[in-house]
Write a protein that binds this ligand. Structure first.
Ligand SMILES: Nc1ncnc2c1ncn2[C@@H]1O[C@H](COP(=O)(O)OP(=O)(O)OP(=O)(O)O)[C@@H](O)[C@H]1O
Ligand SMILES: N[C@@H](Cc1ccc(O)cc1)C(=O)O
Length: 420
């Protein structure tokens, strides 16, 4: 049976920026049952973020199509620092930082890829063993400084300067590809658009050392921008992390559900495993009945399930539904904390207090007159119950472990009042 045409699928998804030898790769795929491919990540932080998912989703697609993905953790390269896409020199990380980050990233990757037909390698394993003299004799000789300087990454830094350390980075990534190609039969390297120079450096090295007919290919993915032209992946509050301690499943779900109609179809293509037909159907719905936000809901569902599992998705949806309907009584304290992390907050004492005073003291209402009016009109909810009597006493010990009182004003304006 003919294999699924993965390159066509990637093209349809808009996920190919540059390829070193499309024809050669197609031929290789047609003539071989297997292909091993890799993507590297330097341990510069202790969690992946959704920018990392862009190349990883492609690795996953190859895995699902029966090919063999390898993720390389840059324990060696992470100690040096990739100048790609940066205008300034990096601060060197300590060995402890690199180690800690490696462990955290490895756990996250295992969750996304499982253990079947997937490998994690660490380039500290071979880069750490090369001594300086061997480095210069065995590899340095194959790199022309004039070519290295011309690579975008280095050229763009020449004016302000680049250290010899970062300048050498491309050689290290080239050695990785050479090593994985020669010893582990990895034929393809993929990465974000900013990795082109490093990937082609590896292919050149392989061809010089192993002969120009040695199969070695590179593919980069376009840098994804949002409809407003800014880089995708970082929200106003910073990166959207895969670590649930940094970005809760609820926040993660909300990030996807709030995407612009102009971006949502592109994201469905990149971040979900839905079929072409399902995505085309959602594209049509976005066009014809955008107010229903069917595409955003499906996107949020699929990506949250992939990253946080069924449980994480269920929790995110439960919090979303509760906050939307106002029926918050069944939420746990941690769910409240997730759901109202970005809501306005206030503090109050643990004693009972008249509702009008409570609303004014917490600055939810600007005056007693306004507070009385809103209460009487039925616009104020305390811990999920509408309170219309101006004599009502707010009892902080009555809900959410006595930790919080939640005031809702109008349809969905929540304030999280922490009890001191
Ligand atoms: N918007 C994007 N479009 C395409 N690829 C992306 C995007 N954001 C991130 N990536 C991919 O994920 C990799 C890691 O992302 P990024 O460069 O932001 O790394 P980081 O670890 O957060 O930051 P730094 O490199 O500054 O330490 C990039 O090399 C790139 O391949
Ligand atoms: N340079 C890549 C990470 C990487 C490291 C080693 C490699 O062999 C490949 C890729 C990045 O910064 O995103």
């Amino acid at each position: 049976m003919a294999k699924f045409d993965i390159l066509e699928d990637l093209k349809w998804r808009g996920a190919i920026n540059q390829e070193t030898d499309e024809e050669g790769l197609r031929k290789y795929l047609a003539e071989h049952d297997d292909l091993a491919l890799y993507c590297g990540t330097d341990p510069t932080g202790d969690s992946l973020h959704i920018g990392h998912l862009i190349p990883f989703m492609i690795l996953k697609r190859f895995q699902m199509a029966g090919y063999h993905p390898v993720i390389l953790i840059g324990g060696g390269t992470g100690a040096i620092g990739d100048p790609s896409g940066r205008t300034t020199e990096r601060v060197l990380q300590t060995a402890e930082q690199v180690k800690h980050n490696e462990e955290s990233l490895t756990n996250q990757m295992k969750k996304l890829f499982g253990t079947e037909n997937f490998e994690i390698r660490n380039n500290a394993e071979w880069l750490g063993k090369i001594n300086l003299i061997d480095f210069l004799r065995d590899y340095g000789k194959y790199f022309q400084v004039n070519n290295m300087i011309n690579k975008d990454v280095v050229a763009s830094r020449l004016e302000n300067g680049i250290s010899f350390t970062e300048f050498t980075y491309q050689i290290l990534q080239a050695i990785d590809f050479y090593h994985l190609n020669k010893d582990d039969g990895v034929q393809l390297q993929i990465g974000g658009g900013d990795q082109w120079g490093n990937i082609t450096a590896g292919i050149d090295l392989i061809h010089k050392l192993e002969g120009s007919d040695r199969p070695a290919f590179g593919l980069t993915i376009p840098l994804m921008l949002k409809a407003d032209g800014t880089k995708f992946g970082k929200s106003a509050g910073g990166a959207v992390w895969l670590d649930p301690e940094k970005t809760s499943p609820y926040e993660f779900y909300q990030f996807w559900i709030n995407q612009d109609d102009r971006d949502v179809v592109k994201y469905l293509k990149y971040f979900t495993f839905l079929s072409h037909e399902e995505i085309e159907d959602l594209a049509e719905k976005t066009e014809k009945e955008p107010w229903k936000r069917a595409a955003q809901k499906k996107l949020a569902e699929e990506v949250t399930k992939f990253v946080h599992g069924e449980e994480g998705l269920k929790e995110a949806q439960m919090i979303t539904d509760a906050l939307f309907s106002g029926d918050i009584k069944n939420l746990s304290v941690t769910q409240i904390e997730q759901g109202l992390k970005n809501a306005p907050s206030a503090e109050a004492g643990s004693e009972k207090k008249n509702i009008v005073d409570f609303l004014v003291d917490t600055k939810i209402e600007p005056s007693k007159r306004q507070a009385r009016e809103d209460v009487k009109n039925g616009a104020i909810y305390v811990n999920g119950d509408r309170e219309q009597s101006v004599d009502f006493e707010v009892d902080p010990s009555s809900a959410f472990d006595g930790k919080y009182v939640i005031i809702r004003k109008g349809k969905r304006k929540y304030t999280l009042v922490t009890i001191k």
